[in-house]
Every structure is written in C-alpha cells, then in structure tokens.
Design a protein around this ligand. Structure first.
Ligand code: GDG
Length: 736
C-alpha cells in the first residue's frame, strides 16, 4: 500500500528537552490543523526539522527523539547549527523571503548560503528516500524546499509529488534578478502539481518558467522534460469552526479563569463603553507593514481629532527571526514609532497604542479578536494572511469591520472588507473613519458574505482539494492515444523478437529523441555515450542503424558521416545507405521559397532572437531563443499569414518544437523509409518525438515496435518518458 508523506521545514511539533526528558507536543498551527486529515488518513508520515540542531540534541538524545516522534508519525531531518544558519536564516530568509516579497533592497546573495541551501535540500531528500516506497505521494511545503521536488523526481520517478508555496511568487522582473533563478524553477518543476494561494502568483510563476526554462505551456499545464506539470491556485483557509466555536464559548463566559489581558479588556469595555478598539496581529516582519500602519494611525488621529481618547490601536507583534539584522532594525523602528505616537497623543487616562511584543496563548488571541470592533491588517506583501480570516470567523454576532491590504493574497477572496493600499496613509485614515462609523446593518451584510465563504473554504477543504488534484495528476496523460508506457513484459517480448528475427533495423529520429534540444541546433551534438550506444547496437550481426532527421544533409553528416549508419535527412529528401553515396530520393520544387522567404525574414526582424534556417527544400523559422511570450504571439501570426498563402496543396506548414517550417507536402519521413527493408519478419524498432515522426509510425508493418519519446498524442505503440529512458531501453540491444 502506498502512503502520503508531508514535508515542511518544521515538524508540526514542539520539542523540548527538560530535566533530561524529551517533551514532544503536537503544535496547533494552521498548517498542522489543515493537514491533520491528510496526516491521519491511512499510512502517512510527516518529515521536517524538529527545531533542535544536532549540536543541541547531542548523541544522547538522538534515538530518544526518534522514539518520541514515532507515535506522532513524524520523522526528523537532522540539521547542524551550520545548516540552520546557512539554509534557514541564510538563503531562505535573507534571499528568498525578501525577494519573493518584493524587498529587493533587503535581498542578499551569498554563494556559501546557496550551497548550504542545496545541501540541506539534499538532506531532506535523503530522509524522504529512506522512508518512502515506489508510488508514494509526497506533498512538499514552502520556500525553504524549492529544490526538493526535482531531487526526489530524479532519484525516484515513480513518486507523485506536489508542491505548495505559502508566500507570494513574484513577478518575472523581480524573480529574474536572482542568480540561481533557473535552478530554483527547475527544482519546483520536479513536481506533478504546483500550488499557490492566488491566481496571480500562479501566473507569475508560469511567466517566469516560460521565460527562464524551456517549457511548453497550454493554459495552466506545463510540458517539461517530457512530463506534464499542473499549476493551480488553492487559497488556503482556516479551521473556521474552531475559531467560531471558541469565540462563542468566550461570549457565553465559558472560560471562567480570566487572564490579565481579559481582565483589562473587560474593564476597558465596561468603564468606557463609547471607546472602540482597533486590532492588528502579525509576526514582527518587515513585510507586514507595521511602521506604515502606525504612521497611518497617527495621521488618522491628526485628521480626525474627535477620536482622540475614543479609539485605541491594540497591536500584537509576535517576535520572529530576531537574529536577522533587518528584523532587529524593524523592532527598533516600531518601538520608537509607538513611543512617538503615544507621547504625542496620550492623555492622563488614555494611551492611543497598546503594543505587545510577544506571543500569546490561543485563548488570549480569541479575546483580542472578539473585543475588537475593527481589524486593521496592512501588510506590504503577504502570501495569504490568515489573521484576517480568523478575525472574521470570531465575529459570532456578525458585527465588526475588517480593513485589509490589497497586497495580501486574502484580499482576492475578501472583497467585502475595506481594501486599502498599505502605502497610502490617507486612504487608511479614511478607511478607519468609515469602519468606525459604519452602520451595524452594513457591517452585518458584509460579515455574512465573508463568513459564508470562509466557512466553506476551510483549511481542510484546501488540503483535500490539493490532494485530489495531486492524485489525478499522477496518471500520465497521453490524450486520445492508444500508446502504452513500456513495461517489463513488453521489453522481454521485444528482446526475444530481436534475438530470433533474421534482420534488425533501428530507425531513430535525432533531435528530441537521441539528444536534447539546444538554443542553437548547432550545439545539439552527439555525446560520446551516444556514439558508444549506437556503435554497440550496430555491431550486432544483420543489424542496421538508421538516423532520420529534418536536419540538412550537411548538418547531420557532420556528426555521422564517418559512421556505418544509414542517414536520411531533410525530412526524407536525401538518403545515404551504409557504404554508399548520398542519393536524392525526392525532387520537390523550390520556386515557392522566393515568395515565402521575405515574409519569414520580416518576422525575424520583428522577433528578436528568432532566425531563419534556409534548407535545400524547406524554410524553417526558429524561435527557441526569442522571448517566449512574444514568440508565441508571432508564431500564431506567422502561421495565419502562411496558411493564407500556402493554398498550394503541395506545401505544408509544420509546427515543430519551437520551429515553424514550410516544406513540400510530398516529402515526409514516412515516404522516405519505404526505401529501407521493412519486411514484416524483421525486427523493426522506430523512435521519434514530434509529429514529423508520426508519418513513419503510420507506414510501419503491424509488428514493428514504435516508440514515442514524451507524453503527447501519438500513433506509436509505446511511449517512454524522456531521452534518458529511450537510451536506457536501447542499451538492451547493444552487442555483448
Ligand atoms: C505564512 C505566509 C500565509 C499570530 N500570533 C499569535 C498566533 N498567531 C497565528 C495567527 C495565524 C498565524 O499565526 C499567522 O499566519 P499568517 O497567515 O498571518 O502569517 P505567516 O506566519 O507570515 O504565514 C502567509 C501563511 O504562511 C499560510 O500559508 O497566509 O501569507 O507569510 O494563524 O493566529 N497564535 C498564537 N499566539 C500568537 O501570539 N497562538
């Protein structure tokens, strides 16, 4: 039975060593709650860092911790002090966090930290691989583990891998500034499904992937490395009824024991029923817009002095990453600002800002939520922001107003809040004024819509939606195609036929089948291993290796003229059999080139990076090197222009891999291979990757073995995932 493995930087546990004993308690964060259903179902484990380094644990406690985590189905990744400092405080929080939140001025790049980030992602992979079996489902979380999907995919292709990013994915112009942008994207592309909080983040990711990595895109489906990768948005919710019911219990006075905070809040309310409370809660992080909020509140008191003595801003700032310099600076700035506003506006019995720099127990959090008439949440950037959602869930009487930054992912689902630009102090002041004066009726109307939405899209729903799509994505897609993934039985049959057949023919397409595409076709040269493989097959008795390609005679001859292989070039115009001279097997007209060429040249001029390849009998417009988005638009335009001109049925337009080619219709690989010995008794093995190869598959006798490299629609009998898989398959036929 396969299982699910959840992987996040931190395990969902609080771990302490007290009086030589290990204390492990499950933590109650949003992610832990949301995934608890996934984690509870059947066999499932959670892998992550337990929060103590190898040095802190020492050899004595290592095994004890392992034992203590076992009942919770958790497995620890062992990290040293150096790992945590380079990977977590370093690359994750000094490079990725600011970059992804558009804080370029805080983004630092230190190669040693990048190296540690890679090493730690490898360490996570090792722990996962030691705990997983073929076919398991893996769900990886967040920016600390961007490289992990690819590492796992490379080591075990049978895994179904999902990845979810909890923070924003920035626009291409921001992301491209990262020195290791390509590796990061390739890392994420190891997954089958990549999830983001919002549609915008998903679009930013697709845009970057399109421009930086050589992918093909169809709506939100990527084809890369001959795999399909789905990209989608899954807005994360909260454990709605946990917040709602706890708030109800608070109102009913179920919690007899009153904390200091609760006591204060009650006194404040009873002694000053006309005073209102504005609440903000966040980690002390520069992305959360804390100084902007304090400034705006000060400006509000100046603009509307009638509220002096009447409203109070209660600000809970939870300490976070306090050893990163920018966070220390922020703390200092916040302390000073709060001091300044309080100094300026305070009266004998009233202070404008109550500021807490600490974390509070859950019960107190609920007290704050239920006592605040207004929540003021103004991050400069925020992946989602769960606090905004939690405030809504605790408003059991349906009163209260949420002011929310439009830069938070949550804003796209919470249009009934008052949305503000966090950099616009005047707009925030106006929003505060509107919120404080909002008639109860309007508060209720807005609250009802928000509550109804949040109570449906809970964190459990979020997790189950993601898992459902992930499980659907594990089935390889070969649409409308009879082709099967080649299995062991098929391979054994193939080997038997190879042994017993009188003659053997290996007919192999070149680009995309034997070698990877390169930006410039001139660079897609055969490697030594490929020569050894083809020679190894060719050494067998009665065996012919034939390379067939749309490339020109000159280009293919450069690589293989010295070999004893058959060569077919220009989509099937020239053939060179073993020990024979080149022979022209088609003689198509070429006059049409004079009228088509100027049109393609015009598109080359309009599309920087694209170029025209003049072949003897065809014209090819290559756009692999052009900016992907523009190239796609231009390719469509060119195809329309050409289709209008190419009414002559003797010409056809081929849409290849980042190339549009016009050639004579009669010329095809299918026609060309009729010049070879295709006797049905022979062992015939044909492989290709794009639709120009389909004409070959169509011409083959029924018992020939046809193989499509990649996952798209085909007439071939079998498909293999990629070039490496084909090369591995061919190794079975090397002469011993
Ligand atoms: C990242 C993304 C995304 C806060 N103070 C206390 C406390 N909290 C709880 C809140 C809330 C959580 O912490 C904070 O969640 P946020 O979503 O607001 O922010 P991040 O920590 O930055 O989280 C964010 C999130 O991941 C999920 O994908 O929404 O955009 O940055 O649940 O209630 N809880 C307790 N005491 C506190 O003092 N008990």
């Amino acid at each position: 039975m396969t299982k699910t493995i959840i992987i996040s930087n931190r395990l969902p546990v609080d771990l302490k060593i007290k009086a030589k004993k290990i204390e492990v308690r499950p933590s109650v964060g949003g992610l832990a709650t949301g995934l608890s259903t996934v984690h509870r179902q059947g066999k499932s484990i959670w892998i992550g860092w337990p929060g103590l380094t190898i040095e802190e644990i020492g050899t004595v406690y290592k095994e004890k911790i392992k034992e203590a985590l076992k009942p919770l189905n958790c497995v620890a990744v062992q990290l040293s002090d150096k790992d945590v400092s380079g990977y977590y405080f370093g690359f994750s929080n000094k490079s990725l966090w600011p970059l992804f939140h558009y804080f370029l001025e805080y983004t630092e790049y230190q190669p040693e930290q990048w190296t540690t980030y890679k090493e730690v992602n490898e360490k996570f992979a090792e722990t996962v691989l030691n705990n997983c079996n073929d076919g398991d489902t893996i769900w990886i979380h967040d920016y600390q583990l961007l490289l992990l999907p690819k590492i796992l995919r490379d080591r075990n292709p049978t895994l179904t891998i999902g990845f979810f990013l909890h923070i924003p994915f920035p626009a291409f112009e921001i992301f491209r500034t990262c020195p290791w942008r390509k590796e990061l994207l390739q890392g994420m592309l190891g997954a089958n499904l990549i999830g983001f909080h919002t549609y915008d983040y998903a679009q930013h990711f697709l845009n970057s992937a399109k421009r930086i990595v050589d992918i093909q895109l169809h709506f939100n489906e990527i084809t890369y490395d001959n795999r399909t990768i789905k990209v989608d948005s899954f807005p994360m919710g909260i454990d709605y009824y946990h917040f709602y019911n706890t708030a109800l219990d608070h109102l009913k006075g179920k919690y007899i024991k009153k904390s200091d905070l609760k006591q204060h809040l009650m006194e404040y309310r009873n002694n000053h029923p006309d005073r209102k409370m504005i609440l903000s809660i966040d980690r002390m992080d520069y992305t959360k817009g804390i100084p902007n909020r304090i400034h705006a509140f000060g400006y509000f008191l100046e603009k509307y002095p009638q509220y002096i003595g009447k409203v109070r801003l209660v600000m809970l700032s939870v300490p976070s990453r306090a050893n990163v310099p920018q966070y220390r600076k922020l703390k200092k700035e916040t302390d000073e600002l709060v001091g300044r506003i309080n100094g300026k506006f305070a009266t004998i019995d009233w202070t404008p800002i109550w500021y807490f720099y600490r974390s509070m127990p859950f019960e107190n959090l609920i007290d704050l939520y239920t006592n605040a008439q207004v929540a003021l949440i103004t991050p400069l950037r925020d992946g989602m922001n769960l606090v905004a959602k939690e405030y809504i869930a605790t408003r059991t009487k349906k009163d209260g107003v949420l002011i929310l930054s439009e830069m938070a992912g949550a804003a796209s689902e919470m249009q009934e809040a008052i949305l503000v630009n966090p950099n616009n102090a005047d707009q925030i002041a106006e929003a505060l004024h509107t919120a404080l004066e909002m008639p109860l009726k309007e508060q209720i109307v807005r609250m009802e819509v928000l509550q109804s939405r949040l109570s449906k899209y809970t964190v459990e729903k979020w997790a189950s939606d993601f898992m459902k799509q992930l499980n659907d994505s594990s089935i390889p897609k070969v649409l409308n195609s009879p082709s099967e993934l080649l299995d062991r039985t098929a391979l054994e049959k193939m080997k038997l036929k190879f042994k017993t057949a009188p003659n053997r023919l290996f007919l192999l397409d070149y680009d995309g089948t034997l070698v990877h595409f390169k930006l410039n076709p001139e660079n897609a040269i055969p490697d030594q291993k490929l020569y050894e493989l083809l020679d190894g097959i060719n050494k067998n008795n009665n065996t012919e290796v034939a390379i067939i390609s749309g490339r020109s005679r000159r280009s293919l001859a450069k690589y293989f003229a010295h070999k004893k292989y058959t060569l077919i070039t220009d989509h099937g115009i020239w053939i060179r059999k073993i020990d024979e001279e080149w022979k022209k097997i088609e003689n198509p007209k070429t006059e049409w080139k004079d009228s088509i060429r100027p049109i393609i040249v015009c598109f080359v001029d309009k599309t920087p990076g694209s170029f025209l390849e003049e072949k003897e009998f065809s014209l090819a417009w290559h756009y692999r090197k052009a900016e992907a988005h523009l190239a796609e638009i231009r390719m469509r335009e060119l195809r329309i222009v050409l289709s209008g001109l190419v009414t002559d049925s003797e010409l056809s337009i081929l849409n290849g891999n980042k190339v549009l080619e016009v050639k004579n219709s009669i010329v095809s690989k299918g026609r060309a291979i009729t010049n070879l010995d295709l006797d049905a008794d022979n062992f015939i093995f044909v492989a290709g990757d794009d639709y120009t190869d389909e004409s070959m598959f169509e011409m083959l006798p029924p018992n020939a073995i046809s193989i499509k490299v990649g996952n798209t629609e085909t007439l071939a009998k079998y498909h293999v995932q990629n070039i490496l898989a084909l090369r591995n398959l061919l190794k079975n036929f090397e002469s011993q």
